[in-house]
Design a protein around this ligand. Structure first.
Ligand SMILES: Cc1cc2nc3c(=O)[nH]c(=O)nc-3n(C[C@H](O)[C@H](O)[C@H](O)COP(=O)(O)OP(=O)(O)OC[C@H]3O[C@@H](n4cnc5c(N)ncnc54)[C@H](O)[C@@H]3O)c2cc1C
Length: 451
């Protein structure tokens, strides 16, 4: 069949035949889900529901009261990882590969966090002085898998900062969690911690299934925003920082250089896809835990980006350029930061301080300083048990934020948290009492670099 002449109905038939179409009809292999309603025999089947799904909130004396209720148990696991960004995916894989039950929960419908959904495609901070690559382990395995895909990654040469394709990386992450038979729940938003005294016993999630609980022996907070340790009452700081919306522009290989006035210039940064570049946005300092501020920034940024690209399209030579995509996920850099057993300091980074409980070795922006050690205590809360932080919300002074939050430094702290959680489960101890040499041994077995 000539693809140019295919009708929408033809496409639906092809997708149905390959199992790619959406909707109940397609999953059952019974043909397109959008056929003429008058011809259809498989209309949705319904069950009549009387009364609310759960006791609703009550307005009493001008106050909104949530009545006490028992929550349904969605799942029970050894290690529960909340947040499916670079830190969370690596943490869950590390725990599962160590031989315990691990569960990964993500609020959106894809994995990768800001790396994919935020379109933050360039991996900065995996190298140090002398172009040595220090960030290794499961995150590095993702890069190697991307190399095997057409247009999966570019600039993978030693000493350079590679850039990934968001769709290829989402695919790689799905492959890895499915190969490992990890328990995954998407579309589940962690809204509360489950506490027994000072010990975290799981988390509460809100989804289309309602409010449900997952019980766990250890919880890893990889939400980026410290949503679980915030709810659990762990000592932490709330910070304001730049937040922005990233976007991708297409057809940049079709700029008519001769006609371009002013002279053709390179917009944004390279991606593995020809003619497509991604454009970063610094954005204003906001409290990204404030929904009104998030909304204002998102609306303004979307309007600004559209108008900028339209202006560009009216520039001679740039007529074919178009806005391909704005990031589905707003680019939030820093919000809650744990005040853990160890507080990472820039003076330690620059002084090359070494720690006996090292569980990760971080890289530098553009390889412009030496490697630095991350001790286990930077992941462990002071006043709450059986909870670990991973990724951009681990414990450190404000000056450290820009170093802690880069993608490779997030996947190595995720790796450390997942490994430590698995050791705690196997040894039946609190995460603060974990024997760190056992964690180090496991990390080395999983090809992490510890200096
Ligand atoms: C605009 C911008 C530009 C950047 N540029 C670079 C760069 O050039 N190079 C670089 O290396 N780094 C860059 N970064 C930093 C980097 O992208 C992030 O710091 C990194 O992705 C953080 O990883 P993470 O796993 O800790 O958190 P995230 O990537 O934020 O992932 C957290 C995940 O948890 C999920 N989640 C959050 N809350 C909940 C909840 N309550 N319940 C369930 N799931 C939840 C989120 O949906 C997300 O998937 C940039 C960041 C921004 C915002």
């Amino acid at each position: 069949m000539d693809p140019k002449r295919m009708t929408r109905r033809d496409w639906m038939r092809v997708l149905g035949a390959t199992g790619l179409a959406t909707g109940a009809g397609a999953l059952a292999g019974s043909g397109p889900a959008c056929a003429d309603p008058a011809q259809r025999k498989d209309a949705p089947r319904g069950v009549r529901v009387a009364g609310p799904d759960h006791p609703p909130a009550i307005l009493r004396d001008g106050k909104v009261i949530q009545p006490e209720r028992q929550l349904a148990l969605l799942h029970e696991t050894d290690v529960l990882v909340v947040g499916g960004g670079p830190a969370g995916v690596v943490a869950a894989l590390a725990a599962k590969r160590a031989g315990v039950r691990a569960t990964l929960v993500e609020r959106y419908g894809h994995l990768g966090g800001l790396w994919t959904g935020g379109l933050v495609l360039i991996v900065i901070g995996h190298i140090v002085t002398g172009k040595k690559q220090v960030c290794q382990g499961i995150g590095e395995e993702m890069m190697r898998r991307l190399e095997k895909l057409d247009r999966g990654i570019c600039n993978r040469q030693p000493g350079r900062n590679p850039t990934v394709d968001a769709e290829a990386l989402k695919y790689v992450m799905v492959e890895m969690v499915m190969e490992e038979e990890l328990d995954v729940f998407l579309h589940c938003w962690g809204v509360d911690a489950i506490m027994e005294g000072n010990t975290v016993r799981g988390a509460v999630f809100e989804s289309k299934s309602g409010r449900q609980a997952i019980l766990a022996k250890v919880v890893v907070d990889a939400s980026g925003d410290g949503d679980v340790f915030g709810a659990a009452g762990a000592d932490h700081e709330r910070r304001k920082y730049h937040a922005g919306l990233v976007h991708r522009i297409g057809n940049l290989d079709q700029v008519a250089k001769d006609a371009a006035k002013p002279e053709a210039r390179l917009l944004g940064s390279i991606t593995p896809v020809a003619g497509v570049r991604w454009v970063n946005m610094q954005g204003p300092d906001i409290d990204a835990l404030d929904v009104a501020e998030l909304t204002k920034l998102e609306l303004n940024a979307r309007r600004l980006i559209w108008r900028n690209v339209e202006k560009l399209r009216q520039t001679p030579g740039y007529e074919k350029v178009y806005l391909m995509e704005t990031a589905p996920q707003l680019g939030v850099r820093i919000t809650r930061v744990l005040n853990g057993l160890h507080w990472l300091k820039m003076s330690d980074v620059l002084g090359g301080v070494r720690f006996p409980d090292v569980v990760a070795v971080g890289g530098a922006w553009n390889g412009d300083h030496q490697e630095w050690q991350i001790p286990y205590g930077a992941l462990v809360p002071k006043n709450v048990d059986n909870l670990l932080a991973a990724g951009r919300c681990i414990s450190g002074e404000p000056l450290m934020s820009d170093l802690i939050r880069v993608i490779p430094n997030c996947f190595i702290t995720g790796h450390a948290a997942g490994a430590a959680a698995a050791v705690a489960v196997k040894d039946g101890c609190l995460v603060r009492d974990v024997e760190v040499p056992k964690v180090q041994k496991l990390l080395l077995q999983q090809e992490a670099y510890l200096g």
